[in-house]
Design a protein around this ligand. Structure first.
Ligand code: CTP
Length: 397
């Protein structure tokens, strides 16, 4: 898959730099040519010798290395690759990229390059969540920089949360997806998927039966056509697709925030089964049975994510696709829903229990647009996803 592809790999200074050594090995196993660039801080974590030995290539380190300039100038170095990959992308490197600084070899290459850039952020969870980093991330998305990770988990610094660099194989999948020459290459598409969980107390929540299967299949199908996919998912049964940027959330409100921070996108596919209500009386302590009777739960309506995005006045995606899960008058209800929410297409399906669609492997949908209703025969969810991705590609290209 990567045979003959040229990757310029910039290794930033973070503890995750050790994973870049494995990344180099995996890329070379797949036939890629890797030209490594090591930042000064990166050298504190991995040695130039190990990077160079694994890459089977010279490691570039210094902007003012005359030998390097004679062999290959930094402008040329930034242009030889099919893809520039930054792993780990530290908060500092992201800030430099977002503000266009060029004060060392890595940042100069990133400013001078005309090839696509993929970054694998890695940093402490507070640094990742800091408003400055999130602002930089939004700027980088606007500059068409693609991301893989960060993942959530235990961190070297002892904290827990998002900030861990994606695993080498996840980065390889993202690289393969970026280098896929499909019709959606260069397009950024957002997919929401899975159910949301709305807490009642620390151990109980309101949920629904969505498995996330259709959303995951759509994410996979869009990536297979070359799209950069941002996959915002609630706690689903089905694993998220490889090679996409996964943002895990629990509640509808978190899903809306994640969706808004992922903008701008060329298209949004809203396949999540978002809970319509949340419990405003949710407690920090577990509710106990009491002689005073049953607990009285108070509800508030959740934000409608599809409607919010469909009705954006500036920065609305070119194509917004919603889903309508109905049990009766499917076409009429879904047609009205398309107008009410303001999306371009609605994928309508009948989720009556006798259809076996909710949680099953097949789906029978009708695609509703301003051109009318188009009924698709019952088929596997993967096939529905591919057909939908192909239709999206027709509109975006
Ligand atoms: N949706 C959303 N945010 C919500 C609720 C729904 O983004 N808070 C999206 C879903 O992802 C789906 C579409 O809206 O794409 C349809 O959701 P659905 O729950 O079927 O529609 P409702 O507005 O809840 O209408 P109804 O109550 O008639 O089912």
């Amino acid at each position: 898959m990567l045979v003959g592809k040229h990757i310029l790999l910039i290794i930033g200074g973070g503890i995750a730099a050790f994973k870049s050594l494995d990344l180099i090995r995996r890329l070379r196993e797949r036939g890629a040519v890797v030209t490594p660039v090591l930042t000064r801080a990166g050298e504190e974590f991995v040695t130039p010798l190990s990077v160079s030995a694994l890459a089977g290539n010279k490691v570039f380190r210094d902007l003012f290395d005359l030998g390097d300039e004679a062999e290959m100038g930094h402008i040329q170095l930034s242009r030889v690759a099919d893809l520039v990959v930054v792993a780990p992308a530290t908060a500092d490197l992201m800030a430099k990229m977002a503000s266009g600084l060029a004060n060392d070899l890595a940042s100069t290459l990133l400013l001078a390059t005309d090839t696509p850039v993929l970054i694998a952020p890695a940093m402490n969870v507070r640094m990742w969540e800091h408003a400055a980093t999130q602002r930089n991330l939004a700027t980088l998305y606007g500059d068409n920089v693609a991301t893989v990770g960060p993942n959530e988990g235990d961190m070297a610094c002892g904290e827990f949360g998002p900030g861990r660099m994606a695993e080498p194989l996840e980065i390889v999948a993202a690289i393969e997806a970026r280098l896929t020459d499909g019709p959606l290459k260069g397009k950024r598409v957002l997919v929401t998927s899975g159910p949301t969980h709305e807490p009642i107390d620390p151990v109980r929540y309101i949920a629904n039966r969505s498995s996330g299967a259709q959303g995951a299949a759509i994410g996979r199908a869009l990536a297979a056509l070359g799209a950069e996919v941002v996959f915002v998912t609630g706690p689903a049964e089905v694993a998220a697709p490889d090679g996409v940027q996964v943002i895990n959330v629990q509640t509808a409100q978190q899903m809306l925030e994640a969706v808004q921070s992922a903008l701008p996108v060329d298209a949004g596919v809203f396949a999540a089964a978002v809970a319509d209500w949340r419990v405003t009386s949710a407690t920090d302590r577990k509710l106990k049975k009491s002689k005073d009777g049953l607990p009285a739960l108070e509800f508030a309506e959740n934000p409608d994510i599809l409607k919010t995005i469909s009705q954006m006045e500036t920065g609305r995606p070119d194509l917004v696709v919603g889903f309508a899960a109905e049990t009766n008058d499917v076409i009429d209800n879904a047609t009205a829903k398309r107008i009410r929410k303001g999306c371009d297409w609605i994928v309508a399906n009948d989720v009556s229990p006798e259809t076996g669609i909710m949680g099953g492997s097949e789906n029978a949908v009708t695609l509703i647009s301003d051109a009318g209703a188009e009924e698709w025969p019952r088929m596997g969810k993967d096939r529905v996803a591919s057909k939908l991705a192909e239709r999206i590609a027709e509109v975006l290209t």
